[in-house]
Design a protein around this ligand. Sequence first.
Ligand code: ATP
Length: 516
Amino acid sequence: MAQEDLFRKLIAHSKEYGFIFPSSEIYDGLGAVYDYGPYGVELKNKIRKYWWDAMVTMHENIVGLDAAIFMHPDVWKASGHVTAFNDPLIDNRDSKKRYRADSLIEEYLEKLSAKIDKEVEKGRKRFGEAFDEKMFRETNPRVLAQREKFDEIHLRYVQAAEKEDLKELRQIILDCEIADPVSGSRNWTEVRKFNLMFETRLGSVSEDASSIYLRPETAQGIFVNFLNVQKSARMKIPFGIAQSGKAFRNEIVARQFIFRMREFEQMEMQFFVRPGDEMHWYNIWKERRMKWHRNIVNHPERFRFHEHDKLAHYANAAFDIEYEFPIGFKEVEGIHSRTDFDLTRHQEYSGKKLQYFDTESRESYVPYVVETSIGLDRTFLLILSDAYAEEKAPSAEGEMEDRTVLKIHPVLAPVKLAVLPLVRKDGLPEIARKIMDRVRFDFNCQYDEKDSIGRRYRRQDAIGTPFCVTVDHQTTVDQTVTLRDRDTMQQDRIPIERIRELLAEKISFRTLLERI
Ligand code: ATP
C-alpha cells in the first residue's frame, strides 16, 4: 500500500472507530487540534502509564510532578522562549501556503540523501557479491557529485540556522530551486521569524490583567520546582523529575494529523547530574529510551537515532529518536543535554539560589540536566501506524474475507476482552453477562451480542481487542468458552474460571516493564 494511502486510511480509521476526532467538527474543525474518542482516551492513558511506570515506578531516583500550565511570565524570559522560540516562516505567493523554511531545506537534503542511497542500491544489484559499499561510496562519480552538493548545502544550512540568518535561508531555497510541494511554484516571500508561544491574559479586569503564555513545554515547571522537589522528597543527585501534561505551540505548518498539533501532550523527565557527568548520563538515557520504544511495537526496525544539526538554544548535545511513520522518518522523542542553562537563568531572573549541596564532595553547585522529552500524541500515532494491518481472514463460513486489524500490544490495547454470546437466546446472553460481571474488575471488557459472530470479531479487530471469548451451546453443558486470539485468530476451548488467569499475565504492565 502506498504510504500516503496508509496515512489517509489511519486518519479515517481513527475517526470511524472512536480513536480521534477533529476538534469542534460540527463547526468544520479547528486547525491542528484534535479530540480523543472512547478508544483513543483508553490507549492514550495506557501509553502514559507505560511511560510513567518505566520512569517513575521503576526508578527509585525519579519522582513525579504535576505543575500548572500557567506560569509566571518571567519564566519564559528566563528560559529564552520569549526571544528564541521562533521558527523561520516563508510564504508562497502563488499558492498562499505557508511553510517552515528550515523544513523545506531539510526535506530537500533528505531527498539528496535518498538519491545517494538509491545509487548505492543500484551498485549492489549490479556487482552482486563482489560489491564493496565503502569503496563505491568513495569512488562512484554520481555518488560523489551528489555528496558534494549535499555537503555544500548542509554546511550553508547549519551556518545560517546557527546565525539565524533569514536572508541566507531564503537564498538556499532559491539556489536549490526548491518548489512549493503543493503547487510547484517557486515564487517565495522573504523569510520571517515567528514566535510559537500562545499569549493570553490573566486577571478579571483588563487594566489589571497581565500577559501570560500557555506553556510550550512542560520542562520549565520542573526547573522552577527543582529545589521544592529535591528537598521535600529528599532526593540525592543523580535524580530525575518526571511530568506529563499539555503543551501549546502555534505551529506554522500543521497538516499532519496528530503528528504536529497546536495543543498536545508531552511526557518529560529532567535528570539532574553533577557537572561533568552529563555525557555519561546522556548516553545511558539515549539507550534506555530506545529500548522502551522498541519494547512495545511490532516493527522495532523502524526506529533510528538522528543527531541534531541545529541545537536548541538550551542544549549542547541532542539526539532524536525517529520512527518511520507513513509520512517518513520523523522525531518522536528528543534526548537533550541541557547543561545548567535553565537553572542558571532561573537563578538570575528570580534572584533565588537554585543550587544543590553535595554531601559527598561537600560543595554546592548548579546541577547539569539531561532531558528525555517525548510527545504522547506522536507516540499514539506511532502505535497506530505500527499496529494497522489489512489482511485476509477466514469468515464464519470458512471463506477468506478482508479484515482491518490493529495489532496493538495487549498491554496497551483499549479493550482487553470482548465477551460474545453466539446467539441472543438459549440462556447464552445470561452466561456472557455473568462472565462480564466477573472480569470487569480486572480488565476493560466489552459485551456485544449484535450481528453475526464474524462481524463482531471484525469490529473487535478494528479497535485492537486482543482477546474474544464466545459463549456457545457447549458452554451450557460444560462451562467452557472459546478464547480467540486477535493476531493468530486461533481459538482454544477453555473453562470459564480460567479466563482471568489466562489473560492476566498477557495484559500485565509487568511483562513489558521487566523487558526494559
Ligand atoms: P519538531 O522539530 O518536530 O517541531 P521539536 O524538536 O520542536 O519537534 P521538542 O521541543 O524536542 O520538539 O519536543 C519534544 C517532543 O514533543 C517531540 O519529540 C514531539 O514528540 C513532541 N512535540 C513537539 N511539538 C509537537 C507538536 N506540535 N505536536 C505534537 N507533538 C509535539
